[in-house]
Structures are given as structure tokens and as C-alpha cells.
Design a protein around this ligand. Structure first.
Ligand code: FE2
Length: 302
């Protein structure tokens, strides 16, 4: 099956303290606040043509409202809607003009485990230019990773329904998937209760990543894991927690794959997940226990 989508356009998160989260993403993480509409704040990255890559709004508890995938064309949006409908997938909204920055044409549905997914095309792109060299500012969104109780089943669902392709496995514990194009992954699934694992923002190279990391250190927000270099995707990484507790990543130099790529399977070993062995130098990770995202099977009102 051909891939219907190419990349993740944006992730929409909801937090109890919107002001603090918004301030953090704008001043420390390095995004730009582009718009405010119906209680939602929209953030773009200087180097991304997407009208926004992050949406924030306020809710009583932290949740992942939805994520959006870019379809190759409006015809692909219609084709995907029709095929998902015939396959019995729960459609939340039918293809129509989208009322958000950049507009576009899209629809929403629930995936295998109740994550709300938007697929869109014809989104008006903004004029962008890469951030100043050595600014350590994100170029755009790289990938989004979710936990799934049965990773193989979720991966099979995304292969079958959206045409995403498997790039690599980490044992049976984690799977990296790509859409149309050479980039190693735009999504990944990792074992655990169904909730967001992390959102990754791409920087131009490792030097820029280290500068972004330095900005976080100055803000007294040291990494939970990193700096390091993964094996699957070969990307450098540094993971942090946002003020609300979302795991977020600065990453750079993600591998590009040839068309005839054969997925690899790596062991779940420390020197595979962190080639350099530097990731733990900043301190042990202290991830809280996972619980299902309260937004599962909720048709977000905005
Ligand atoms: Fe990542």
C-alpha cells in the first residue's frame, strides 16, 4: 500500500497551567507564538513552513488532544477517508475546510487505541527561513512517539490503514515508522499503557542541538536523558520534561533511508539506544508510571 502521509504536521497538547507551558515553549524551547483562536495557542518553528507545529490549550488534567499527519494531496485525504470508513474505523469528522491557522482540507478519526488523528492537505504554508546559525533553535517537528500496549498490533494497524512503513525495530519493544519520503521515522510506538511518550523537535545539526540543550540548562531544566546518539535513525538526542511533564526531545541528523530499505531489528541494549554512552551522564531518568491518556476516544471540541 502507498503511504498516504508524509510527516507529522503538529501535536496538540492540553495542560492545567497554560500560561507557564506557553511561556516555556516560546522563551526557552525556542518556538514562536503565531496565533490564538478559541482558547488554543499556536506555535510555529522558525525553520518550518507549517503554519504551526504545536497547539496548546488549558484543561483540568494533562492530555494529548490529537496529532495531525500531512497527506500528500486533497485526493489522498478523500481516499483515506473512504478507505478508513469502509474498514470500520471510527470517523470523528468528515473531510472539510479546517478552521485553524493555515486552514487546509482534512478530517479526524480515532486510531486503533482511540488516539485522535487529523489528516490534512492544502494547508497554507508560512514563509520561513532557517534560524540564525548557532541559535540552537528548532527547525520544526521531527517525530512523535506513543506508548502502545501491543506494539506489533498498533504497528500493523498503521501499516494497513495509513500505509506507514516500518523502518526499524528495537527488539519487540519499540518500532520506528516512516511515511512518504526518506526520513527514518515520523512516528514510533513503544510498549506501555497508551499515552504520549515524547514529541521530538529537529535542529539543524548536533552543534545546534547542544546549544539548545545549553539554553535548557541555563533555565535549570537539565536533560532527563542525553546528550546521546540513537542507533535506529542514527539521530543525536536530548530529552527533557516540559513544565507540565510532557517528555520533549531535541534531535538532529536523523538518518535518510533509500527506497529499497529493509527494516532492521536491534537488541534492546544500552549501547544501541545510546551509541556514545553519554546519555546518563546528566543523571538517571525518572519517568513516572504510565497511565492511559485521558483524551483517548475523546473527540476534542476544537
Ligand atoms: Fe525521539
Amino acid at each position: 500500500m502507498p503511504a498516504y502521509v508524509s510527516h507529522v504536521r503538529y501535536v496538540a497538547l492540553a495542560v492545567p497551567d497554560l500560561l507557564t507551558e506557553a511561556e516555556f515553549f516560546e522563551t526557552t524551547w525556542g518556538l514562536t507564538r503565531e496565533a490564538e483562536h478559541e482558547g488554543c495557542l499556536y506555535f510555529a518553528a522558525r525553520g518550518s513552513a507549517e503554519p504551526f507545529i504545536l497547539r496548546l490549550r488549558q484543561t483540568a488534567e494533562r492530555r494529548t488532544d490529537l496529532f495531525a499527519l500531512a497527506a500528500l494531496s486533497a485526493a489522498h485525504v478523500d481516499q483515506l477517508h473512504d478507505s478508513l470508513t469502509s474498514e470500520g474505523v471510527e470517523i470523528v469528522s468528515t473531510p472539510a475546510a479546517l478552521e485553524q491557522p493555515g486552514g487546509g482540507y482534512g478530517f479526524r478519526f480515532f486510531d486503533f487505541e482511540g488516539r485522535l488523528v487529523e489528516v490534512s492537505a492544502d494547508v497554507a504554508q508560512r514563509r520561513s527561513s532557517p534560524p540564525e546559525p548557532r541559535s540552537g533553535l528548532p527547525l520544526g517537528l521531527s517525530h512523535v512517539v506513543f506508548h502502545a500496549p501491543d506494539v506489533s498490533a498498533t504497528v500493523a494497524w498503521y501499516e494497513e490503514h495509513l500505509g506507514l512503513k516500518v523502518s526499524d525495530w528495537l527488539d519487540q519493544f519499540m518500532c520506528f515508522m516512516r511515511g512518504h519520503g526518506p526520513k527514518h521515522h515520523c512516528m514510533a510506538f513503544v510498549a506501555g499503557a497508551p499515552t504520549l511518550n515524547h514529541v521530538a523537535f529537529e535542529l539543524a545539526n548536533m552543534d545546534e542541538m547542544m546549544r539548545g540543550m545549553g539554553r535548557m540548562m541555563k533555565a535549570r531544566m537539565p536533560p532527563k536523558w542525553g546528550p546521546g546518539r540513537h542507533t535506529a535513525g542514527d539521530n543525536s538526542f536530548a530529552y527533557f520534561n516540559s513544565p507540565a511533564g510532557f517528555m520533549i526531545e531535541y534531535t538532529a541528523e536523523v538518518e535518510s533511508l533509500p527506497e529499497d530499505w529493509t527494516p532492521r531489528s536491534f537488541p534492546r541494549a544500552a549501547d544501541v539506544m545510546d551509541q556514545w554512552g553519554t546519555g546518563r551522564l546528566a543523571g538517571p531518568a525518572d519517568y513516572p508510571p504510565l497511565k492511559p491518556d485521558p483524551a483517548l476516544w475523546v473527540a476534542c471540541e476544537v
